[in-house]
Design a binder for this molecule. Structure first.
Ligand SMILES: Nc1nc2c(c(=O)[nH]1)N[C@H]1C(S)=C(S)[C@@H](COP(=O)(O)OP(=O)(O)OC[C@H]3O[C@@H](n4cnc5c(N)ncnc54)[C@H](O)[C@@H]3O)O[C@H]1N2
Ligand code: MOO
Length: 400
């Protein structure tokens, strides 16, 4: 391990190696969840015409006083029909549907519910309650043509997707998805469908890490498992690096005689750091190849690997896509806690009412089953050892 660094320094060093991937064109139908790399502009004013907002009748407001609230119906306009024209007589009314363009000459809509109809004669039930200009969504009243509706860097969620569709974007410029490989390591591990011998365990880290990435909308292209054999492992490392932008390795990063990962990574990449003043996950490290591939080497202990993914890998992936940094919410400690080592403590918690965090510490970073029922972890900084109930701490959710 190189000299240990603080969590803040680890964040800064990761931010410094972020290289924004060149934008690509993507069909709009495939763009949900991607980071937009261009501004989406209104191609027309919003709304693009005087849009009627209620089913009923279009009238001239000033005619109410002139004709005692009685009108002559002279036609109909449905949504999808071109703009109609109100008859020249001041008491003319046009039957009209929601979504239709306001007829020329009309300035007010009276909903069906406020009228009585007899043949072509229309009577307003409460003339004095009708207001000039009611129920008309005026052309351009929301946005002028060419307004920026969605900014570059936005995440394309349902709102942004609908706005882009409404403006005629059949494709958009987005960040490409990184090719991600997740790697587990260790001779003690057997596949999920195997029955382990007493000294073996089933490999679970790849499943955990892949699902955490998938829930954050990142697709894992490959999953690999490497033995504790450095010669064979180095070959696999070369293959995986040749087809990945980001590699997330769990295990073999500490000080054991077969913890070969850091040495092998040093041979093919620059070490950005190795070792952070934190628990869990102290032995984690990050490496960068000369052609821009990034390797996160997380400890094999399942709690350490999962925390490392949420605390460092997911924020890195977001930055790499050019997305606005996701704000980390703060929650309030539900009870006092203490932690003596001068390390940042990532403490697993259960949330109540989405705001109050109750500590649910694991026995150690191999006690992954105790995370069931927790919602994520809070970050308690290394410069303190006692936290009172009510302390506000950054919160990372497992399922984000
Ligand atoms: N002399 C020292 N020993 C250790 C140190 C240290 O500073 N000095 N650090 C400890 C800490 S902290 C951690 S965390 C671990 C990290 O070790 P490695 O990254 O080398 O991980 P492994 O030894 O490969 O595995 C640790 C543990 O996790 C289990 N594991 C590994 N992979 C999986 C998997 N895919 N699914 C489920 N479980 C997995 C593995 O069996 C081990 O029990 O090092 C400490 N030692
Ligand atoms: O840092 Mo290790 O992840 O504490 O067990």
């Amino acid at each position: 391990m190189t000299e240990l660094i603080s969590v803040a320094e680890a964040d800064a060093r990761i931010a410094a190696i972020v290289q924004l991937a060149p934008a690509i064109k993507c069909p709009l139908s495939k763009a949900a969840g991607r980071v937009l790399r261009e501004d989406v502009l209104a191609d027309r004013p919003l709304p693009p015409f005087d849009r009627v907002m209620m089913d009923g009748y279009a009238i001239r407001y000033k005619a109410i006083a002139e004709c005692g609230g009685e009108f002559q119906i002279c036609g109909q306009t449905f949504a999808g029909e071109a703009t109609g024209k109100l008859g020249a007589a001041s008491n003319a009314a046009m039957e009209i549907m929601t979504g239709a363009p306001l007829p020329l000459g009309a300035d007010t809509i009276v909903p069906y519910e406020d009228t009585e109809r007899n043949g072509d004669v229309l009577k307003l039930l409460a003339s004095d309650e009708v207001e000039l200009g009611e129920f008309i969504h005026r052309l351009g009243s929301d946005f002028a043509a060419k307004s920026k509706l969605v900014g570059a860097g936005s995440l394309l969620g349902p709102v942004e997707m609908g706005v882009a569709a409404s403006c005629g974007y059949t494709e958009v410029l987005v960040s490409p998805r990184p090719r991600i490989t997740v790697v587990g390591t260790g001779d003690e591990l057997v596949a999920v469908d195997q029955t382990p011998l007493p000294h073996q365990i089933r490999a679970s880290n790849a499943t955990t890490l892949e699902s955490a990435l998938a829930l954050a909308k990142y697709h894992v292209g490959d999953i690999d498992h490497w033995p504790d054999d450095a010669v064979h492992g180095r070959e696999r490392l070369r293959v995986v690096l040749s087809r990945s932008d980001v590699v997330v390795i769990a295990g073999a990063v500490s000080k054991g005689q077969r913890d070969w990962i850091p040495t092998a990574l040093d041979e093919v990449a620059e070490c950005i750091f190795h070792g952070v003043y934190q628990r869990p996950g102290k032995p984690m490290g990050v490496w960068l190849t000369s052609d821009g591939r990034v390797i996160f080497a997380l400890p094999g202990n399942p709690v350490s690997a999962l925390v490392g993914l949420h605390r460092y890998v997911l924020p890195y992936l977001r930055q790499r896509e050019g997305g606005a940094p996701k704000s980390v919410p703060h929650v309030s400690l539900g009870q006092a806690v203490s932690f003596a080592p001068p390390l940042t403590w990532f403490l697993s918690v259960r949330l109540e009412s989405d705001r109050l965090a109750f500590p649910m510490p694991v026995n150690n970073s191999g006690d992954y089953a105790r995370l069931c029922g927790t919602d994520g972890f809070i970050e308690l900084s290394a410069d303190c050892s006692e936290w009172t109930a009510g302390f506000e701490a950054p919160f990372y959710r497992w399922s984000s």
